[in-house]
Design a protein around this ligand. Structure first.
Ligand code: IPD
Ligand code: CA
Length: 260
């Protein structure tokens, strides 16, 4: 099995790079993006479908026995061997010409987050992690930040229209009142990878979907950080809150977000 996971880790990295190459091509030709909306402030582009098709096809060809779940086309939820894909995370950025988006691929094995691959094609950064083994950015080991005081922390607070705005503004108020600074860059997957790489001290969002966060969760844990039990909270079915951070900032951030 270990060899099989190693093979899947390499495949996740290669598939993420191929997907990122396709994203870059669409992004270079704004007219090809084909922007529509799935719901309020929920962007969908023709590129999302094309990238998901490419990724699903590559995974199914390489690992026909595994299940696949994609943001755009759905799929299996059998966590014995399951690939979870967000073809473009940061779709609003992508659709409006802002170069901050990525492909996110997670592999769940026997109910546990096992592999995470997140590729940012515009910065050519590949974040890759395997449970119990490593978390790297372009091959360099990642480590969460060493910030110990919440009053010096930089955290990302994710927002979507899936929850009332009041719940977001309350979290922002509590975070700022406790002295931390907050950002929202529009890609949950990259936001969580940045926690693993020590660029943010934590990330919190009261509702996020599995394809946005499972890959990043593997990275944060392997980089020495802490995360909530997203799958245990039923995140694969309906989404769930996400909370992650360096081991110290995790607690005050969780309190500010109302998650602890
Ligand atoms: C969204 C982004 C956003 C996060 C939302 C996601 P999309 O995904 O990751 O940063 O806050 O929860 O839905 O729409 O860009 O694929
Ligand atoms: Ca997403």
């Amino acid at each position: 099995m270990t060899d099989e996971i190693a093979r899947k880790t390499l495949a996740a990295a290669a598939i993420a790079r191929a997907a990122g190459d396709l994203q870059r091509k669409f992004f270079a030709d704004r007219a090809s993006i084909g922007m529509t909306f799935k719901g309020p402030q929920d962007y969908l582009t023709a590129a999302d479908g094309a990238v998901e098709k490419l990724v699903m096809g590559m995974i199914r060809e390489a690992f026909p026995a595994d299940g696949v779940l994609g943001e755009e086309t759905g799929g299996s939820k059998d966590t014995r061997a399951l690939w979870v894909i967000d073809p473009i995370d940061g779709t609003a950025n992508f659709a409006t010409g802002i170069a901050h988006f990525c492909i996110s691929i997670a592999y769940v094995h026997e109910g546990r987050e096992e592999i995470g691959a997140i590729y940012d094609p515009m910065r050519d950064e590949l974040f890759l992690a395997r449970r119990g083994a490593f978390a790297t950015c372009n091959g360099r080991p990642m480590k969460v930040s060493a910030t110990t005081e919440f009053a010096r922390a930089q955290v990302e607070l994710g927002w979507s229209s899936r929850r009332p705005i009041r719940s977001y503004t309350e979290i922002v108020e509590r975070t700022v009142a406790a002295g931390a600074s907050f950002r929202r860059a529009g890609s949950g997957a990259l936001g969580i990878a940045y926690v693993a790489d020590g660029r943010s001290d934590g990330y919190a969002e009261i509702h996020i979907n599995s394809w946005d966060c499972l890959a990043g969760i593997v990275m944060v844990r392997e980089a020495g950080g802490r995360t909530n039990d997203f799958l245990g909270a039923g995140g694969l079915d309906e989404g769930a809150p996400i909370l992650c951070g360096n081991p110290t900032i995790y607690v005050p951030l969780g309190k500010a977000a109302g998650l602890l």
